[in-house]
Design a protein around this ligand. Structure first.
Ligand SMILES: Cc1ncc(COP(=O)(O)O)c(C=O)c1O
Length: 428
């Protein structure tokens, strides 16, 4: 049976709007090869996961070495050496006082754990998130996701969740004239949400430092500083969801470093181990101490193989200067696409940091979202051998999130294809 037939017959696929005709046989660096031998330049990294490139030899070697020794370890009462070692690596890499980690398997699992810890530490039970956010597909993480498109038919959701407006300058709900004004007004709106929408029992505010699924929304530079002041005044914890923005993606190791703010808890997954399943929530010893015996556990969390891969992944990040490379390649792509924008009414906005780039497509001067056109761009790019994503709350943002290891030639090729395709779709 062909893979597509196996999928149709034996897999639950009703939630997929449509598969593209690509069966991935293998992948190296930024290149995916299909079972038919066709090659693709991957500018989506398996939804922003393989930051160090597909199958980085050092990550693969570390995992293979670990597989020969120990694949799984009971996570409850025995010590798993690789988990301890990786926890130290994270303590050294994350900002300031974040020193202790709990390992799970997925982003959603990390966030579920972080929410529970925040509630136990503060003794409070409410949470605030941002509109247009995305935090996962489990009950609690969908409850704090600010996008009805993702939540449809799944409710009613967890009580005690309120939403503050996304700090989104291009589509600012306050029509701010400057980024600074947008940052200020969005932070003040969060303060109002706490005051008017909650029962004043808020444990945590959770936000993505750069919002991925919402359409690569980059909060204004002043936003998180203002927010943190408000939260600190009220004893509310700040959870930075770095699941997508972490591990060099934005040009710094973690997205929140662009804002010079220290979160109280950080959640991570995706790029943490270059494709091996692993997640973490990482916090201060004081907050971590809220967990008492029996409070939390994950059978597969912190797998020795994933932790060995994660340690190697972090070494690669440093050795190959991946955050800096992301910044350089990202600037090259954004500068080139801004040139294209000068003669292309279809491009409304180009934004991002490092290699977390969104190209928002619009139909007219009123910024009517061009969702069908964004889909057409993805399809035509695919036909020309380039994989990009489409996302955003309005489904009109082309997402460019390649491996950070992309070569200059590959960056040039991605720019050429994107330019050709967007120009064609604009003309059509
Ligand atoms: C910011 C953010 N948080 C959480 C998640 C959920 O991660 P996972 O799919 O690994 O559960 C995602 C996934 O896209 C994400 O982008």
């Amino acid at each position: 049976m062909k893979t597509a037939e196996l999928y149709d017959k034996y897999m639950i696929t009703g939630m997929v709007a449509g598969f593209v005709p690509l069966e991935v046989e293998d992948a190296t660096g930024s290149i995916l090869t299909g079972t038919d031998g066709k090659q693709f330049l991957d500018c989506f990294s398996g939804i922003s996961v393989c930051n160090a490139g597909h199958g980085h030899p050092e990550v693969v070697a570390a995992a293979k070495e670990q597989i020969d020794k120990l694949v799984h370890c009971c996570t409850y009462v025995y010590y798993n050496p690789r988990a301890g070692e990786f926890a130290k690596v994270l303590a050294d890499a994350t900002p300031g006082k974040l020193q202790q980690s709990f390992f799970g398997n997925s982003g959603a699992e990390a966030i579920e754990g972080a929410l529970r810890l925040a509630k136990q530490h503060t003794g409070r039970n409410e949470v605030i998130a941002l509109t247009q956010s995305f935090h996962g597909r489990t009950y609690a993480t969908l409850s704090i996701t600010g996008n009805s498109g993702r939540k449809i038919n799944g409710g009613p959701y967890m009580p005690g969740v309120s939403f503050a407006p996304a700090p989104h300058f291009y589509r600012c709900p306050f029509n701010s004239a400057t980024e600074e004004e947008c940052g200020e007004r969005s932070a003040m709106a969060l303060r109002d949400v706490i005051k008017y929408h909650t029962s004043n029992n808020v444990a945590a505010f959770i936000a993505e430092p750069i919002m991925g699924e919402g359409g690569i929304i980059v909060p204004p530079p002043n936003y998180f500083k203002l927010v943190k002041e408000i939260l600190d005044d009220l004893g509310i914890l700040f959870i930075a969801d770095e699941v997508q923005s972490g591990f060099g993606r934005t040009g710094k190791l973690f997205g929140i470093e662009h804002y010079d703010v220290e979160p109280d808890i950080m959640t991570m997954a995706k790029g943490i181990a270059d494709g091996f399943p692993l997640s973490s929530f990482t916090t201060t010893p004081e907050i971590a101490s809220a967990f008492k015996p029996g409070d939390h556990l994950s059978t597969f969390g912190g797998s020795p193989v994933s932790c060995a891969a994660a340690i190697a992944n972090m070494n690669v990040m440093q050795k190959e200067n991946l955050p800096q490379r992301a910044e350089q390649s990202g600037n090259t792509i954004m500068t080139a696409m801004r040139k294209v924008q000068e003669d292309c009414a279809l491009i409304g906005d180009i934004r991002g940091k490092g290699l977390m780039i969104g190209i928002e497509l619009i139909k007219d001067a009123d910024k009517t979202p061009a969702a069908a056109e964004a889909k057409a761009v993805r399809t035509r790019c695919f036909e020309k051998g380039l994989l990009v994503g489409v996302g955003g709350a309005l489904a009109n943002v082309v997402r460019v999130q390649p491996p950070l290891t992309m070569t200059d030639d590959e960056v040039g090729k991605a720019i050429d294809i994107l330019t050709q395709v967007i120009t064609e779709v604009n003309a059509a």
